[in-house]
Design a protein around this ligand. Structure first.
Ligand code: BMA
Length: 380
């Protein structure tokens, strides 16, 4: 009998230890958040979650139709990851900068979570110094809002609003829905007020750490996973130059888009492969989750982009997710701003030539979409 009890205890302890092998940066993270984090590591060998920005809100020629989804329209299945964007929330706007109402966004987040999906949120914050948008790089904004800066109090009031929204990201039963939060992204670019050309590594790290501490310890947001997210980098040192530290980050990621004509060169897939090699090495060493946080080829003018470029570049790298950027809705309904292929008749050329290629990606078994993600029970 004693032996049986001993074996039982041993199995339970080993299970518990194994289940929590990966620790979230926030030590008070909710149990669903910790489970999600560990499950994402566990399923790394099983495939890559496929995500799409604003998937449920709008697509070409439609917006806000109950249960409609761009990815589902294309392949018959919802995505496994849903991305949303908070830009303009800091100004008390009702809609975000892409005209998605924040109230609707909360409902979409609940829907995605109900389907077992993963939620990720970005924030194209306006320039707090000039009052212009995120792409205004003037005003030394980062140094102005970090502790000691003359606009620090204003930044805190913005974070209060972000926290207010995130506090509401709950199920109808009141349980917090875990969110992968990805602020101050593409920092190695030169287009946002937090990019490397307009702030030093010390300033960026100070901004990140303050934001983390404020939202975690003052606002008690315990359902966030924190994603660090440069754009270009050519070495480990460059990837890490603005990295705030292992105790502030859960996910290591980067953004990488296709530009130009890919038909006569291998630049995209070669560079993607190189960067994923660096990313997966670093994230393994630091026990962080690796991901491709944004990608796409605007309007997909090269119809085989998904298999010949994206999948080729990903190769056998084990990454947690790939997130495709948004499709223009009614506002950009000409079809001139989209990243996901669509079967919709709205596309002026008739059936999207990239559709069949995207379907090949869908059936390739390398990616996880909505049905499988539900079965995987990422929150249990
Ligand atoms: C960018 C573009 C913008 C958009 C922003 C925030 O990449 O898609 O049109 O406003 O993301 O979603």
């Amino acid at each position: 009998m004693r032996l049986l009890i001993f074996i039982f205890l041993l199995i339970s302890c080993t299970k518990a230890m194994f289940a929590q092998e990966f620790h979230t940066a926030n030590k008070k993270a909710t149990s669903q958040t910790v489970k999600l984090y560990n499950n994402l590591f566990r399923i790394l060998p099983q495939g890559i979650l496929f995500g799409h920005q604003d998937d449920l809100a709008y697509g070409l020629g439609w917006e806000y139709i109950q249960d409609k989804s761009c990815v589902q329209d294309a392949v018959g299945e919802y995505p496994a990851m849903y991305g949303w964007e908070l830009g303009d929330l800091e100004l008390d706007a009702i809609h975000n900068l892409d005209s998605v109402p924040f109230q609707k966004m909360k409902a979409f987040i609940q829907e995605g979570y109900k389907r077992g999906g993963v939620i990720t949120i970005s924030w194209h914050a306006n320039n707090p110094v000039t009052g212009k948008n995120a792409w205004d790089i003037s005003g030394n904004a980062v140094s102005a809002i970090i502790p000691g800066g003359h606009m620090h109090e204003k930044y805190k009031s913005w974070l209060d609003k972000i926290a207010g929204f995130l506090m509401d990201v709950k199920t109808q039963g009141g349980e917090f829905i875990p969110v992968i939060f990805r602020p101050f992204h593409e920092l190695t670019g030169n287009w946002f007020w937090w990019c490397q050309n307009v702030c030093t590594p010390e300033e960026y790290k100070s901004l990140w750490k303050f934001t983390f501490d404020y939202l975690t310890n003052i606002k008690q947001l315990n359902h966030l996973l924190w994603a660090y997210n440069p754009e270009k980098f050519e070495s480990e040192a460059q990837f890490l130059q603005y990295y705030p530290g292992d105790e502030y980050v859960d996910i290591m990621s980067f953004d990488f888009y296709q530009y130009g004509d890919p038909s006569n060169n291998t630049d995209f897939e070669t560079t993607l492969d190189k960067r994923l090699l660096i990313l997966t090495k670093l994230s393994k060493e630091r026990k962080k989750l690796p991901a491709l946080a944004e990608t796409g080829f605007m309007n997909i003018p090269y119809p085989e982009w998904f298999t010949k470029k994206l999948m080729k570049g990903i190769g056998n790298h084990a990454i947690s997710y790939v997130h495709l950027w948004r499709d223009g809705g009614l506002v950009n309904g000409t079809g001139q701003y989209r990243f996901a292929p669509s079967q919709d008749h709205f596309i002026p050329v008739g059936r999207d030539p990239a559709f069949m290629d995207f379907y090949k990606l869908y059936i390739s078994d390398k990616f996880i979409f909505g049905n499988k993600v539900q079965q995987l029970n990422l929150y249990k």
